[in-house]
Design a binder for this molecule. Structure first.
Ligand code: HEM
Ligand SMILES: N#Cc1ccc(NC(=O)NCc2cnc3scc(C#CC4CC4)n23)cc1
Length: 399
């Protein structure tokens, strides 16, 4: 039977790499000469912030047109650099001295570049995780020891650890993305053996992702994460420190609200939910589903389109529910359980890196009252109930 047109047959049209999935392959590290001031500032973020010099240095930047930025990779590097500078600029004074205005000298180019990329003018997961990496030895492997982030935040190696471990988890899970077109072909052609093969690859790549996740304990310090790094990931939506949002000078007359960086902006995990037909409640009444849906607008548009194509493709879950093949149901369940185990492991990590440090610091004698936001995600979500509800709806998908 002729293969029906499979909308996913060419992953490249979605800017998805065969072996790296949603990760930006070989990100650029330099921009054309006129933009050197942006790169220099972004490269020196930790020391400029520690010396409380970043805001002063930003105000000295030259006014730059974005017309010399050519191609997707230059735009991604520019969005990453300006995203890091923006987070540093807003949070340089911690929660003691928050600025309400982003100066036009970076607000104007940042918003123009954001518009070209279809991303919001705030640092997103696709910036500091997916595009913020290089190999030390280009001919070497993609292992932690042979990798470096392009830009970092204060907190020593905490941001390097957090971003690179997340990148390596993405890479481990990426091997499942390339089999999704084969899974859809198998359903269209009712080929159970090919479908089983594809789902076996999905569950083994999720297991590999969970194993990679363990690296977080080696490379991210909980106190550095909670006391320092998380501040710079915070956004200005649902944040009592910036109740009106941030004023993008020279762009919009009124302040705008944008959510802080979240891994709900990671396409890979949302892609598995879509493939396995896991619904995290309806976007109408369920805030977890709403938050996950909203975070798709913080992904590169081509990746968001891929998620929509997977969600609207032939339903793996429906095909398996209607199948008599017990093996098929078993393999589907193995995929769901691998996703549940990954989310359970993640919950343990969140307890170690957020809940425990938060209570330790609350018990600290001279600590002021805890800001209500601190129990919320960078996206303003009540994080533990959000994460548990997402884990629970995943568990319910078991056959
Ligand atoms: C120190 C390590 C980590 C901490 C403290 C942490 C914390 C959190 C928090 C608080 C959320 C709730 C939404 C938000 O605010 O972003 C979240 C969501 C999420 N995180 Fe992490 N995370 C960590 C590492 C990772 C890693 C390595 C991955 C793997 C890529 C990951 C994947 C996700 C995903 C996919 C979500 C969205 C919710 C879901 O789909 O289950 N996280 N994380
Ligand atoms: N108190 C507190 C509190 C502390 C942290 C959060 N949220 C948080 O760090 N989200 C980001 C995240 C979650 N998981 C992963 S993997 C890679 C990333 C990333 C990234 C860059 C920012 C785009 N992430 C919420 C509340």
């Amino acid at each position: 039977m002729a293969l029906l047109m499979n909308p996913l047959s060419n992953l490249e049209t979605y800017d998805i790499s065969e072996d790296l999935g949603f990760i930006l392959e070989d990100p650029l590290e330099e921009l054309p000469d006129p933009y050197q001031p942006w790169i220099r500032l972004a490269k020196n973020l930790p020391s400029l912030i520690d010396d409380q010099q970043l805001r002063d240095e930003v105000k000295k930047l030259p006014e730059l047109s974005i017309c010399h930025l050519q191609g997707h990779k230059e735009l991604r590097l520019a969005h990453l650099a300006l995203g890091c500078i923006t987070m540093g600029y807003v949070w340089e004074g911690g929660d003691k001295d928050v600025t309400q205005v982003l100066p036009r000298i970076i607000a104007v180019p940042f918003c123009e570049i954001s518009k070209k990329l279809g991303l919001p003018p705030i640092m997103v997961y696709a910036d500091c995780v997916l595009a913020n990496w290089k190999k030390k030895d280009p001919s070497g492997p993609m292992t932690y020891d042979n990798m470096e982030t392009l830009f970092a935040f204060p907190g020593g190696d905490c941001s390097k650890g957090f971003f690179l471990v997340s990148l390596l988890v993405e890479r481990a899970a990426a091997s499942a993305v390339k089999v999704i077109p084969d899974i859809f072909d198998a359903i269209i052609n009712k080929n159970c053996n090919v479908l089983k093969e594809g789902l076996r690859t999905v569950s083994s790549s999720l297991r590999e992702a969970e194993q990679t996740f363990h690296l977080v304990h080696e490379y991210v310090d909980p106190i550095d994460f909670f006391k320092i790094l998380r501040i710079y990931l915070s956004g200005w939506k649902g944040n009592s420190l910036l109740p009106e949002g941030l004023k993008y000078e020279g762009v919009w007359n009124n302040p705008r609200k944008f959510s802080g960086g979240s891994a709900a902006q990671s396409s890979i995990i949302q892609c598995f939910d879509a493939l396995l037909g896991i619904q995290h409640g309806s976007v109408h009444e369920n805030s977890s589903a709403q938050f996950l849906q909203e975070m798709r607008d913080y992904m590169p548009p081509s990746h968001k389109a891929f998620l929509e194509a997977v969600a609207s493709g032939p339903s793996v879950r429906e095909f398996i529910l209607s199948s008599k093949d017990a093996d098929l149901k078993k393999i589907y369940d193995e995929c769901v359980r691998a996703l549940v185990d990954l989310r359970n492991y993640h919950l343990k990590v969140v307890a170690k890196y957020i809940i425990i440090p938060s209570s330790q610091l609350k018990n600290n004698a001279n600590r002021k009252e805890v800001k209500e936001d601190e129990e919320k995600g960078t996206g303003g979500t009540d994080l533990m109930s959000f994460l548990k509800s997402v884990r629970d709806t995943t568990k319910k998908a078991c056959l």
